[in-house]
Write a protein that binds this ligand. Structure first.
Ligand SMILES: [Zn+2]
Ligand SMILES: [Zn+2]
Length: 360
């Protein structure tokens, strides 16, 4: 250990996934790091729907330690690592593409074989590790570390990854300032869409079934916020687009009726982005002539884009995209199961749920 390394215990607390819906607070060994790796003390970890899906659905064999929207403080740096030192506060990305393979050359980063590996772990099969006190960052994930400026919080650092996934999708939509977009679902992700699109001069029509979320959408820049079948939505599309239909539809809830509505409100040549349909085997009837004849494009976006890290950091740390507003609930590590329960069944008042660690 180099003299500058911070004190690290041998054992730590971790919330271990032991089977579907079975999260247990256990004592595990603090991960050892290699010469080109970094050890980070986790300060905060967001609860993300993709982890909830794995925890509740039992999609991967246990044991694992989940949690990937992580930010913390570097406590130990391998001797062959440059540019980082103990005490630095960082936001992390658990997937980082190689930038060289066939998929990366096509900018399909989420399809890159290296990207599909998880490079941050608190032990067992790497799964993010944010629901533990310390995580090991492997060499290939070091480029995914983002420094948190002095004036910003670790919570903001933990939100870099989700904001990145949204910005990536926003770029795919290829919109022009003054365009109109429908954003269906105003959970944390939908609200980030609403904000990022509004910042780019896009007129956003936001829908959700929960009225507090509609108020949030308005405050983050939506021109119109209403129930999906609300009059304001249909009239708004007509008024804002002069009857053309919306230029883009973002589906941030895994609901069939949202896809149908998005496709019908889209103008010819417009783009629909599926962002929440992560469950394999989901099908929905679709009039294919709307794609062939009307040239409505349907696309999906998943995970983050490494090349956007700097832009995301600027948006979050300048608080133009003020993610602090989205974090409504913080739970201590030992109540991670409760945090997951709340995030999976949001109440009218809950948005982003995070697990906060007591600094050791
Ligand atoms: Zn996530
Ligand atoms: Zn690659």
């Amino acid at each position: 250990m180099r003299p500058t390394d911070l004190n690290v215990p041998r054992l730590m607390r971790a919330v271990v996934y032991r089977g579907p819906n079975d999260l247990r607070l256990e004592q595990v060994k603090v991960p050892r790091i290699g010469r080109k790796e970094i050890l980070v003390r986790v300060d905060v970890c967001g609860v993300c729907p993709t982890d909830i899906k794995k925890i509740q659905g039992g999609l991967q064999p246990p044991p694992r330690i989940y949690g990937h929207e992580t930010a913390g403080t570097i406590v130990k740096v391998g001797p062959n690592v440059t540019g980082w030192k103990p005490g630095d506060r960082v936001g992390m990305h658990h997937h980082v593409p190689c930038l060289k393979c066939h998929a990366c050359r096509h900018r399909a980063f989420a399809q890159c074989p290296q990207y599909k590996k998880t490079g941050i772990t608190a032990g067992f099969e790497p799964a993010g590790g944010g629901y533990a006190e310390y995580v090991r960052v492997m060499e290939f994930c070091l480029p995914g570390l983002v420094r948190i400026p002095r004036g910003n919080t670790v919570v903001e650092g933990a939100m870099l990854e989700p904001v990145n996934t949204v910005l990536k999708a926003v770029k795919m939509l290829g919109l022009l300032a003054g365009d109109t977009a429908l954003v269906t679902g105003q959970g944390p992700i939908g609200l980030i869409f609403t904000r990022l699109l509004s910042l780019q001069g896009i007129k956003v029509i936001a829908t959700d079934f929960l009225s507090p979320r509609l108020r949030w959408a308005k405050s983050l820049g939506a021109k119109i916020a209403d129930l999906p079948d609300g009059k304001a939505v249909l009239n708004g599309v007509d008024r804002l687009t002069r009857g053309r239909g919306v230029d883009a539809a973002v589906i941030a809830v895994p609901v069939d009726s949202a896809v149908a509505q998005g496709q019908s409100l889209l103008r010819g040549g417009g783009r629909m982005c599926l962002f929440a349909h992560t469950k394999r085997g989901t099908t929905t009837p679709l009039d294919l002539s709307t794609i062939c004849v009307d040239e409505k494009q349907m696309m999906g976006s998943y995970s983050s884009d490494f090349t956007l890290q700097k832009e995301v950091a600027r948006l979050v740390f300048s608080q133009k995209m003020d993610v602090r507003l989205l974090v409504t609930h913080q739970f201590p590590l030992e109540e991670t199961a409760e945090a997951v329960r709340l995030a999976s069944k949001p109440t009218a008042e809950s948005l982003k749920v995070v697990v906060t660690h007591k600094p050791g």
